[in-house]
Design a protein around this ligand. Structure first.
Ligand code: NDP
Length: 375
């Protein structure tokens, strides 16, 4: 039996009267952990009548197959919304740590860590990402070397450049900005990056090692690693947790799922052919959403108290916004934060972690080159 306490005047007509008791002796609500008051309605939920979500203000109960909305309780002032995971602050802290390591390294007479970026074509989003990465290098005291090739560059031109960078001792990390223009073989390009310089972690050998028990990649892909870093910083216990990953892409969904398995979570990977996404997501103690579908995950998909990492970055029209549009994640944040235990915002969640992790990987590559970390 689950005991739920609501204010009487907020009850929906759909709640069967027999289920409501106006008990005068105070009892505690199992959800809110607040005591009943004089005009409280006490609802006893039998097994099988599960709360879809209950975060004090809006409560939905599956009642004999009916969805019952109990719109508003008078407990609003006691609402317990999710902890907002501040990715920007966590990333800033990590960047500071990397900058300190760079300073120690150069003070010891070693060269600055260097990152080479390779941009093929004129994709505006890629141009922005590359310039953000170069700026981050500058801020952290690292060298950055920017290379641009035209959109019609040949496969051998791109691979030739990567080979030159492989041989350049000033370059510790090589980042080929994805996606590459159509017609180029992305896998072959990634394959041509030296394993010790693969700071994006997308080299097939690094990904293969990530997938194998007892093996470790030299570098872990930045966005997935950033998700795990946020979970660790939030103190989330991954061992034995039910984790659901929405998305199975090579750059986010699949590597993050592999990382979760390595951390002893039980992982379900969903994709565009998965059935009953809401049902699967409701089983998640930890949810990683990386589908690229604006606000697809609704609040009532989320298990109360779950930790939600929203990787999605989607621009939607919003005439009320000065720019006429704004960024949203794959999760309906305003709904989800009323249910989840902790959640990342968009922007300001996973996004800043990606570059911070790239900086950390570049530092690691410089240590490998200096013989301070085994390759
Ligand atoms: P992809 O388009 O490569 O992959 C999307 C995945 O989601 C696919 O596996 C796809 O399934 C699945 N999917 C798509 N639609 C649905 C649906 N309706 N139901 C269930 N699954 C679905 O995207 P990415 O992995 O590259 O990126 C995902 C999101 O993360 C994007 O919004 C992107 O902008 C963002 N991103 C953010 C980063 C950051 O630094 N914050 C970095 C990288 C990405 P299927 O395999 O069947 O096609």
């Amino acid at each position: 039996m689950l005991c739920l306490i609501l204010e009487k005047d907020t009850l929906s007509d759909y709640v069967p009267q027999y289920a409501i008791s106006m008990n005068s002796s105070p009892v505690l609500c199992d959800i809110c952990q607040l005591p009943s008051r004089e005009n409280s309605a006490i609802i006893m939920l039998a097994t099988g009548m599960q709360t879809k979500y209950c975060r004090q203000a809006a409560v939905t109960i599956v009642w004999l197959g009916l969805l019952v909305d109990l719109k508003k309780t008078n407990l609003k002032e006691k609402q317990m919304t999710a902890q907002i995971i501040d990715g920007k602050a966590i990333a800033d802290e990590l960047r500071k740590e990397v900058a300190e390591e760079v300073a120690r390294m150069t003070a010891a007479g070693l060269p600055k860590p260097g990152l080479a970026t390779v941009l093929v074509g004129e994709n505006p989003a890629s141009q922005v990402y590359v310039s953000m990465k170069q700026k981050a290098c500058d801020q952290l005291g690292m060298e950055s070397f920017g290379f641009k090739l035209p959109a019609d560059a040949s496969q051998s031109q791109v691979e030739g450049l990567v080979k030159e960078l492989n041989a350049d001792p000033r370059v510790n990390g090589i980042l080929v900005q994805l996606p590459l223009p159509s017609g180029l073989d992305e896998e072959a390009v990634l394959n041509s990056i030296s394993l010790e310089k693969d700071v994006d972690g997308f080299h097939p050998i690094n990904i293969g090692r990530l997938a194998q028990k007892g093996r470790e990649p030299l570098f872990v892909p930045c966005t997935p690693d950033g998700c795990i870093y946020l979970l660790d910083k939030t103190g989330v216990q991954l061992k034995g947790a039910n984790a659901v990953v929405l998305g199975r892409s090579n750059i986010v969904g699949m590597p993050v799922a592999l990382l979760l398995v390595k951390r002893d979570a039980t992982v379900t990977i969903c994709h565009s052919r998965s059935k009953d996404l809401p049902g699967i997501v409701r089983s998640a103690d930890v949810l990683i959403a990386a589908v690229g579908r604006p606000e697809m995950v609704r609040g009532d998909w989320i298990k109360p108290g779950a930790v939600v990492i929203d990787v999605g970055v989607n621009r939607i029209d919003d005439p009320s916004h000065p720019k006429g549009s704004r960024l949203v994640g794959d999760v309906a944040f305003d709904e989800a934060k009323e249910v989840a235990g902790a959640i990342t915002p968009v922007p300001g969640g996973v996004g800043p972690m990606t570059i911070a992790m790239l900086m950390r990987n570049t530092m690691r590559a410089a240590k490998i080159a200096a013989g301070k970390v085994p390759a």
